[in-house]
Design a protein around this ligand. Structure first.
Ligand code: NI
Length: 225
């Protein structure tokens, strides 16, 4: 399941992040991957320990945290602080899978269930540089307006195609979901959205209440905090 979340960052937030990234010190993106990833990864990243990464990451995380669609879709239990990357001059990241278990700052493990990319460059600023996510239905190509986010299953093969003109800036991070199973997360999202639509349309109150009960009972059944 790929989910597009529009308008995560405001124009002001985007301008703040972009002006900081314009003058940032970038490092080789291969520093944060294993042997499999290093063979196919050609991009730049903000160093993990960089104060700027944490400052800008906090802006991105707070903006997503205010977005109801993000919560409904990801049902986050914990998440890694965002990283920032830049692709230019033919930079790309070939097909790979993200690590299944990552370490949080305190050393505790995070299981990657959901991957999130927030686009920071407008599509017309660069050529190619699409995110391609491969699942059982085929390849999905994603190139979003600056400030929009995409959620996709961390279990999927994915790549970023070579950027042949301009620069592609993005923030990305991983989420451990309260609900580990992708099909369960999808069911909960569909139920949540249907309940919201019924409520907005002034649907039968007792039916909305009953469905809300079903939602929470499914979440109680499936959540692993
Ligand atoms: Ni990846």
């Amino acid at each position: 399941m790929l989910l597009h979340i529009p308008g995560v960052l405001s124009a002001d937030q985007l301008a703040r992040i972009r002006s900081a990234l314009d003058v940032a010190d970038w490092t080789d993106g291969r520093e944060t991957v294993g042997a499999q990833g290093a063979k196919v990864k050609r991009n730049e990243q903000l160093p993990d320990a960089s104060p700027l990464r944490h400052e800008l990451g906090a802006i991105v995380q707070a903006a997503l945290g205010r977005h109801p669609l993000f919560h409904a879709a990801a049902l986050p239990a914990r998440q890694l602080p965002p990283r920032f990357n830049r692709y230019r001059g033919g930079g790309e990241y070939g097909f790979h899978v993200d690590g299944a278990v990552m370490a949080l700052a305190d050393g505790s493990p995070l299981r990657s269930d959901v991957s999130c990319t927030v686009f920071l460059s407008a599509p017309e600023e660069y050529d190619c540089g699409e995110l391609v996510v491969s699942d059982t239905y085929g390849d999905h190509t994603v190139k979003l307006p600056a400030g929009d986010a995409i959620l996709y299953p961390s279990s999927s093969l994915h790549r970023v195609t070579p950027v042949t003109r301009g620069a592609r800036l993005a923030a990305f991070f991983w989420i451990q979901s309260l609900v580990r199973d992708l099909a369960h997360r999808r069911t909960l999202l569909e139920l949540d959205q249907a309940i919201s639509r019924l409520r907005a349309a002034g649907g039968d109150e007792s039916a909305v209440l009953q469905l809300t009960g079903v939602y929470h009972n499914l979440l109680r059944e499936w959540a692993e905090p």
